[in-house]
Design a protein around this ligand. Sequence first.
Ligand SMILES: Nc1nc2c(ncn2[C@@H]2O[C@H](COP(=O)(O)OP(=O)(O)OP(=O)(O)O)[C@@H](O)[C@H]2O)c(=O)[nH]1
Length: 255
Amino acid sequence: MTSIIPASSKGLGNDKNASPDNGQIANTSKISERIRARFVAGGVSFLANDNISEYIQPGELQELEVEVADRVRELLQSLLIDIHNDHNTEETAERVARMYLNEVFKGRYQKQPKITSFPNVKQLDEIYTVGPITIRSACSHHFVPIMGNCWIGIKPGTRVIGLSKFARVADWVFSRPHIQEEAVMILADEIERLCEPQGLGIIVKAEHYCMKLRGVMEPQCTMVNSVVRGVFRHDSSLKQEFFELVRQQEAMLAT
Ligand SMILES: Nc1nc2c(ncn2[C@@H]2O[C@H](COP(=O)(O)OP(=O)(O)OP(=O)(O)O)[C@@H](O)[C@H]2O)c(=O)[nH]1
């Protein structure tokens, strides 16, 4: 998507007389409708695994939490749960809304954590790997957990970022509804943008609860996938070195 009009743009979402036709909706409408109108007006993608924080104005997330809780309450009622007399589910709608917006899907609604990068003054060009980094996500299809680990390998370029930042950016990317293939590519795009490495490799190994808890019910089954970029993609010996370093890291952890 190319044309982007963020929430900070003049007038968006504030014009009470605006018609839905031009992508703006009166303030009397639901908050999700007002935010969605900005996406439509700007031709902006708002897929489940997109970050949309740029289009949310201060205070709107709290409003959205109230709206989501209302919808979850309706869902519970449609599931024929007596939320008025069941002491256990009395506040479930509010909890679920908080959980989606502030925890499990926070990577959609919150801005990227601050990631400082430094010049690679010593011109370090040896490969290093970081992992296992815990990943917590949910599949776009059933909204049940994807839990696993990822390993990141870097052959540095002109800038470096702190080690902890790989875990922070991974958590931000994975905290959205995903399919594993796309999650790894989105993480790779973000890391490339942050530190412009000469080479980048990412491996993810994860359990999909849509295959464990329900459906095919395969408790042992995991998915492993990887992405390699830059010199790791074009130089097979460097690619092998990356995979070997991760293998050694795993072996060290097992001892
Ligand atoms: N490729 C891919 N598939 C995934 C991922 N997470 C979940 N899935 C699969 O997405 C598929 C959705 O299939 P559907 O047939 O639309 O849904 P369903 O009827 O609930 O399928 P079953 O899970 O087989 O019961 C399932 O096969 C899931 O196992 C992922 O990260 N990548």
